[in-house]
Ligand binder design. Structure first.
Ligand code: FE
Length: 182
């Protein structure tokens, strides 16, 4: 099992690792997503979910452009597995559902698909595409669906090259507090 410190080391080391086909590094993407969550007044569970939502890309083999080769590495499952023992089910399920939230938004919200980055459109294809009505209804019934949809919106906006954010250390207190509560 990883520790909270391990997670910070892993993410801190991802500063030079490109985030899939996006214009920002994995670290910048994580910091932008978490900062948007803080600015929106989210609880610590969603802030920490935002910070670590893509940690599944950094464990194991990591993201080597699989989506472009038609492979779904299911990074949301890997991330949830790492986070669950540390931060509990709320954080883990919010992270696990952030891909489902994209599929739901494509079903439920006109114009959402158009707003996605090229890399997100490519990965949507290998992740199963937009939900149909039955899948959408089942997703909406899950307790963490709302939080996952909000996380998804921060995720989508967290791809701005050169955007200034607080540093990774600013989020240590959030993680330590949440770890103590979990
Ligand atoms: Fe992301």
């Amino acid at each position: 099992m990883m520790t909270v410190d391990d997670l910070f080391v892993l993410l801190g080391g991802a500063g030079s690792r490109q985030y899939g086909g996006e214009a920002v590094s994995q670290l910048a993407h994580a910091l932008q997503a978490a900062t948007l969550a803080v600015e929106a007044g989210e609880p610590a569970t969603v802030v920490i979910a935002a910070l670590f939502h893509d940690v599944g890309h950094l464990v194991g083999e990591g993201d080597q452009g699989q989506a472009d080769r038609g492979i779904d590495e299911r990074h949301e499952e890997a991330g949830a597995e790492v986070l669950r023992p540390l931060f509990g089910d709320d954080v883990a399920e919010t992270v696990r559902l952030h891909v489902a939230a994209k599929r739901w938004l494509c079903f439920a919200e006109g114009g959402y698909w158009d707003s996605l980055s090229r890399a997100s459109k490519v990965s949507l294809g290998v992740q199963g595409g937009p939900f149909d009505a039955a899948q959408a209804a089942a997703f909406r019934d899950l307790p963490q669906a709302d939080a996952a949809i909000r996380l998804r919106r921060y995720d989508d906006l967290a791809k701005v090259r050169g955007k200034g954010t607080p540093g990774l250390d600013e989020f240590r207190a959030w993680a330590t507090r949440l770890r103590a509560d979990a």
